[in-house]
Design a binder for this molecule. Structure first.
Ligand SMILES: [Zn+2]
Length: 272
């Protein structure tokens, strides 16, 4: 189980002893141990200097840092180390390890991008938890988490609205969109379905969420009942959109994605 280091208050220090390492290289890829059994986080007996303690995974401290380009790792054979983008960790690592990697990547980026105050440009310092505070003007800011909705539209008769974007190949998925400032999640579902396919929906029911660290989204899934309108995809957003019967679905997103989990749960409910 992953336990975050900062449930509240000041950053904690990692316990001594063996730890899990999350070395990020310049383009956001993570160095991991990789062999024919799959990928897993690197392990080390000593903590790299300046590493960020992000939490513990099954009791082992997780330490994130930016890997200097010339460094090597004595603890693991170099041929067993691979650079992997965060997306390729899904399905190759445990869910907990993917969670840690996604969290750590956002905190590393946060530390890099939040060094100066967005209000006055003055230097900031770590104040409380992950908060960065400006000494000059007092402005404080926190790591962002940007909500986006996933919208499963169904017609109540076994059909689901699926759409396709340029570059997706044969794959279809449910609609999605970013929440606007001052907007509820349900209103976002209703606005996005009109904008993207000119369809209105009625009741919107929450059905799960998933952190999506690309770069700092929180996906929030809703199941929405179709009300009116003929599917007319916005060509700037979608290449195709249509109703599909639950017994004749096209190629769908991979199982680790919340969009697919929503579809699978909805399909399992059909015919019951
Ligand atoms: Zn300031």
């Amino acid at each position: 189980m992953f336990v975050r280091a900062y449930p509240g208050g000041k950053p904690a220090s990692p316990p001594s002893g063996p730890s899990l390492l999350l070395p990020f290289v310049a383009d956001g890829e993570l160095l991991v141990h990789h062999d024919r059994h799959g990928a897993r986080l690197l392990r080390a007996e000593t903590a790299p200097e300046g590493a960020l303690f992000v939490g513990t995974l099954d009791g082992l401290p997780c330490l994130a840092y930016t890997q200097p380009s010339t460094a090597d790792d004595d603890a693991v054979e170099p041929e067993d180390i691979k650079r992997l983008g965060l997306r390729s960790l899904f399905g190759h690592m445990s869910d907990d390890e993917v969670t840690v990697a996604g969290y750590a990547s956002q905190l590393i980026r946060w530390q890099k991008n939040a060094r100066f105050c967005p209000a006055c440009g003055g230097p900031t310092h770590n104040d409380d938890g992950w908060n960065q505070k400006c000494a000059a003007c007092g402005f404080s800011h926190y790591p962002p988490a940007t909500p986006a909705v996933l919208i499963l539209v169904h017609d109540g008769a076994g059909n689901i609205l699926l759409a396709q974007k340029e570059g997706w190949g044969k794959r279809y998925s449910i609609l999605a969109g970013f929440v606007e400032p001052g907007e509820s999640l349900e209103d976002c579902c209703r606005r996005e379905t009109v904008e993207e396919v000119q369809v209105t929906v009625g009741e919107c029911t929450y059905d799960g969420s998933q952190p999506w660290p690309f770069p700092h989204q929180l996906m929030v899934g809703f199941v929405c009942r179709y009300e009116s309108g003929t599917i007319t995809p916005d060509p700037t957003e979608l290449s195709h959109a249509a109703w599909f019967h639950h017994t004749a679905l096209p190629e769908l997103p991979p199982s680790y994605a919340l969009s697919r989990q929503l579809i699978d749960r909805w399909v399992a409910q059909q015919g019951k």
